[in-house]
Design a binder for this molecule. Structure first.
Ligand code: SAM
Length: 333
């Protein structure tokens, strides 16, 4: 089927020139001007025909054009930089009758539930016809995806609507980390928490040369599909805390990483207990663990904290190696 065309519009390059839109470094602005590349990104998560799409950071609208060319049912655009408003308003006009909603604001403050005017699809059913797409600003891509993974795990925000897929760009190394399997060199906290709640596919890589201005790094396009059943049975925060503890000591054994979950002087004993409960070999390295194994470790940590609830307050980053002694008081070994 031929790709439908929007009415004639100035080229994105002309728009940038017309409105003197120079990339702002703080907003990680690296524009995609090649229509073929934009179409590839727009198609990455699935067919958008009759779908509802929320695009984060549309900028002057090149990816938006590729989205609209697929004839979605509606589009929401969330853009922080108001200099792009005239270009986006022009695009909205050209897109009629497809409704295009423009949200001028920070996506970190935006309630993603409002992005989709669709009724919820039960979680067990196939993915919804709603998608989140974005050539994301590098400066916020990791905190944003961590926040969205937490929302997926709680089925809140955009995921109140059901299993909403995402196709997002990251620095290539971050994309590789998100998708890294157990045993891989890039395996890290992000791999574990992402794969616990989503199927993660590093679909393709875009060379830095396709962006204007050219970033110092290549860019990976990652598709995240929320899983019907998470691979762990612990809350997101617990999994994240345990994974952080492990990977803070990534070159050491998991015994050392697990010790960072507890204060002195109970650290060694409780870490050994946790690993025994989780049935894990203390000599393993963090990158060798599967998502399910980190889940078991997290469950064992929760079990120990349920006996001594004050232990859950211990944070290695906050209290340090020698702090939080008071939290260990009354813990009988
Ligand atoms: N989509 C355009 C493209 O591919 O050419 C622009 C992509 S550029 C990498 C990132 C875009 O995100 C910019 O338009 C920037 O202004 C916008 N942006 C940066 N931080 C943002 C935030 N916190 N909330 C919403 N948009 C943001």
């Amino acid at each position: 089927m031929a790709t439908p065309r929007l009415p004639p519009l100035p080229s994105i390059r002309d728009l940038l020139r017309l409105y003197r839109l120079r990339a702002v470094q703080q907003l990680s602005q690296n524009f995609l001007l090649d229509a073929g590349v934009c179409a590839r990104l727009a198609r990455a998560a699935g067919p958008l025909r009759d779908a509802h799409v929320c695009e984060v950071g549309p900028g002057p609208g090149s990816v938006t054009r590729a989205i609209l060319a697929q004839r979605p049912a509606g589009v929401t655009l969330v853009e922080k930089d108001t200099r792009f408003l005239p270009a986006l308003l022009m695009l909205r006009e050209a897109a009629q009758p497809c409704p295009v909603r423009i949200v001028a604001g920070d996506v970190l403050l935006y309630d993603m539930e409002a992005a989709f005017p669709v009724s919820p699809t039960p979680w067990e059913e196939p993915c919804t016809s709603a998608y989140i797409l974005g050539n994301l600003p590098f400066s916020i891509s990791t905190p944003l995806v961590v926040r969205w993974l937490r929302d997926v795990s709680r089925r809140q925000g955009a995921w109140k609507h059901g299993r909403v897929r995402m196709a997002l760009t990251f620095q290539k190394e971050v994309a590789e980390r998100l998708a890294a399997e157990a045993g891989g060199e890039q395996r890290c906290r992000l791999s574990v928490v992402a794969q616990a709640f989503c199927q993660v596919q590093h679909r393709f890589t875009l060379g830095g040369h396709v962006f204007t201005p050219r970033p110092d790094v290549d860019v990976g396009v990652v598709v995240l599909t929320p899983l019907r059943e998470p691979r762990v049975d612990v809350p997101f925060e617990t999994l994240e805390k345990v994974a952080r503890g492990l990977f803070n000591m990534r070159q050491k054994s998991i015994l050392r990483g697990t010790q960072t979950l507890y204060p002195e002087p109970v650290r060694r004993q409780l870490a050994a207990d946790t690993l025994r409960l989780a049935e894990l070999d203390p000599a393993c390295r963090p990158f060798q663990l599967t998502v399910e194994e980190v889940g078991r470790l997290s469950r064992a940590y929760l079990d120990i904290c349920s006996v001594h609830p004050q232990l859950a307050q211990y944070e290695y980053r906050v209290h340090g190696k020698h702090g939080g002694l008071d939290l260990a008081q009354g813990v009988s070994l």
